[in-house]
Ligand binder design. Structure first.
Ligand SMILES: [Zn+2]
Ligand SMILES: [Zn+2]
Length: 341
C-alpha cells in the first residue's frame, strides 16, 4: 500500500513509499483510511522539531471504514464507519491507564509518530480505542474528531465553561476554532484573538458563531467587552509567549487560564497573577474516551459547526502540498485522502 513515511531521524526524511499493508493481530482492526487531517505536529516531525520513532507512517487524525478484524474483536465489523483515538500502545496497568488518562501512560506510543499512522491506505488499530460514527457524519468532518476531542478536553474538562462565562480563545487554527465551538456549545460568549495575518480565519470563526474577534490585542477593548472585569476563562491554542502573556493578563480575578497549545519548554509569564488575582493555570493535553463521544455527538447533531473549517483536500501523493498549506497557515484544516471516496 502507499504510505507517507518518516524513514529516519533528522530534518526531512519523509517519503511516499510502498509499504506492507498491515495485518490485524488479535484484538486489532484494519481500517481503510478515507480522510486524514494534517496537524502542526506533522510539520514539526518534518523539521525534526519533535520526537518520532522512524520508520513510521505519519498521521494521527483520521476517519475510515473497517476493512477486517483480528481474532477476538467483537464490537466492530467490516463495513463499519469509524474513527479512533491515538494511544495505540499503552501499558494498561498503570494509574493513568486505569483511570482513563491513557495518554499520560509512560509506555504510550501514539499513531503517526510512535507507531504507524493514517497517512496510508490502511491503518491497524486496537479495538478498545475505536469509536463508531453515525451515517450522517461525513468522513471529512469525522476526521476532525481528534482535534475536536483535544479542544473539548481543554474547554469542557479543564476550562469547565459555564453558559454565563465570557471565554477568550487565542489562535484561530483548528484547535482554537474547535475550542470556540466547544465553548459556544456550552452557551458561553466567545472572543477569539489572532494577529493581522489571521483576518480570514477569524472571519470563518465569526461565521460559525464566535461573538467577537480581534487581530490586534487590546486590554482596554477586552475590559470594555466584559464590563471592566476581564474574561472568566482564557484558553491558549497558540503556544506563543506573547499571546499567552496577553491572555493571562485579561483573565478576571479568580478566573482560569487553560493551556492547550504546545509551548517551548520555558517562557516568561506574569507569575504574580496567581496570587495577585488568584487566577488558576491549568494544562491540558490530548483527550480522553468521553471527549471523542462528545465530539461525534456535537458534530452529528449540528450543535457544533465544523464544515467551514475544512479548507483543503489532497491525495496522498500531494502530502508535501498538504503539509506546506499547514505550515504556511493557508486555510484551517487540510485533509489528505489516501483512498478515493
Ligand atoms: Zn494533531
Ligand atoms: Zn499505563
Amino acid at each position: 500500500m502507499k504510505a507517507v513515511v518518516k524513514t529516519k531521524v533528522g530534518v526531512g526524511n519523509i517519503e511516499l513509499m510502498d509499504y506492507p499493508k498491515p495485518v490485524a493481530k488479535p484484538g486489532e482492526v484494519i481500517v481503510k483510511v478515507m480522510a486524514a487531517g494534517v496537524c502542526g505536529t506533522d510539520v514539526k516531525i518534518l523539521h525534526n522539531e519533535t520526537w518520532s520513532n522512524p520508520p513510521v507512517i505519519l498521521g494521527h487524525e483520521y476517519s475510515g471504514v473497517v476493512e477486517s478484524v483480528g481474532e477476538g474483536v467483537t464490537s466492530v465489523k467490516p463495513g463499519d464507519r469509524v474513527v479512533s483515538e491515538t494511544g495505540q500502545v499503552i501499558c494498561g496497568n498503570c494509574e493513568y491507564c486505569k483511570t482513563g488518562h491513557q495518554l499520560m501512560c509512560e509506555k504510550r506510543l501514539s499513531i503517526g509518530y510512535g507507531v504507524d499512522g493514517a497517512f496510508a491506505e490502511y491503518i491497524a488499530i486496537r479495538e478498545a480505542i475505536i469509536h463508531k460514527i453515525p451515517d450522517n457524519l461525513s468522513f471529512d468532518c469525522a476526521a476532525l474528531c481528534e482535534p475536536f476531542a483535544v479542544a473539548l478536553h481543554g474547554t469542557w474538562d479543564s476550562g469547565n465553561i459555564l453558559p454565563t462565562d465570557t471565554v477568550l480563545v487565542m489562535g484561530p487554527g483548528a484547535i482554537g476554532q474547535l475550542a470556540a465551538q466547544a465553548a459556544k456549545a456550552r452557551g458561553a460568549t466567545v472572543i477569539m484573538g489572532g494577529i493581522p495575518n489571521d483576518a480570514g480565519r477569524l472571519e470563518i470563526a465569526k461565521s460559525l458563531g464566535v461573538d467577537e474577534v480581534f487581530t490586534e490585542f487590546s486590554e482596554e477593548k477586552i475590559r470594555e467587552m466584559t464590563g471592566g472585569k476581564g474574561v472568566d476563562v482564557a484558553i491558549d491554542c497558540t503556544g506563543a509567549a506573547p499571546a499567552i502573556r496577553n491572555a493571562m493578563h485579561v483573565v478576571k480575578r479568580t478566573g482560569r487560564f487553560v493551556q492547550i497549545g504546545l509551548t517551548k519548554p520555558t517562557m516568561e509569564i506574569e507569575y504574580s497573577l496567581l496570587t495577585g488575582r488568584e487566577i488558576s493555570i491549568v494544562g491540558s493535553f490530548g483527550h480522553q474516551w468521553h471527549n471523542w463521544e462528545q465530539a461525534i455527538k456535537l458534530m452529528s447533531t449540528g450543535k457544533a459547526k465544523v464544515d467551514a473549517l475544512i479548507t483543503g483536500h489532497y491525495p496522498l501523493e500531494q502530502w508535501r502540498d498538504a503539509l506546506g498549506d499547514m505550515e504556511n497557515q493557508r486555510g484551517i484544516k487540510i485533509l489528505i485522502h489516501p483512498n478515493q471516496q
